[in-house]
Design a protein around this ligand. Sequence first.
Ligand code: PGA
Length: 271
Amino acid sequence: MTFQSIGRPSVEVVIVQDAKAGGELIARGIADLLRRKPGALLGVATGSTPLPVYEALTAQVRAGDVDVSRARIAQLDEYVGLPAGHPESYRSVVLREVVEPLGLSPDSFMGPDGSAEDVQAACEAYDAALAAAGGVDLQLLGIGTDGHIGFNEPCSSLASRTRIKTLTERTRVDNARFFGGDIAQVPHHVITQGIGTILEARHLVLLATGEGKAEAVAATVEGPVAAVCPASALQLHPHATVVVDEAAASKLKLADYFRHTYANKPAWQGL
Ligand code: PGA
């Protein structure tokens, strides 16, 4: 056992009061990483959940607490077939919610090409680009109500690489709110980093908030490693952190143990 791994369970669960506290905790972790490695490659997620992370990190940058100017940003997934520049393409979302508020140049940002003629080639090119960039240092993840990470829907191969996927009806219903509530506007297909790709990041940080995620969180952390709950693949990673608010933690049988473990965590371990 290395000294670093003492007391760090494979999936560490941190229960916080609310989404804001979760965002601040993760933003502090990202800032610590950027102090150690100013050119770190940050894998970002879209959806509603990570917004408090980006807000807290932006606030730290504006306060002069952290320098993000050399950070690089990598996208997790992308819709297939939305016209270039569509406001809900994940490229647009990441530029609007992460790259611009942090004052980064669009050159610091990479993502899969959802409008490519040859989608398969675009997927392979993205995996190759991530590797050529030195790999993702910290991958932020949300979780779907069906347990997906990225857009790896249930029964995705746990060894999968970046590829095209078909969204479940449940995910399309969940995401219709970004398309004016009209499910017909939500694409059926996406490019997503595979689970195998995601597992190559040096640190995985999953944030889940709200009761709607409680079941998926319990399956992720306390269930078996199973493709039916893609997020359970985090159990295979040596450094995975799951940050949940009280509502998302409400179905965890080991909640008291997780609280105790975190309260007694050695400060030198960081996030
Ligand atoms: P949400 O999406 O944060 O908008 O709930 C999470 C996800 O689908 O990964």
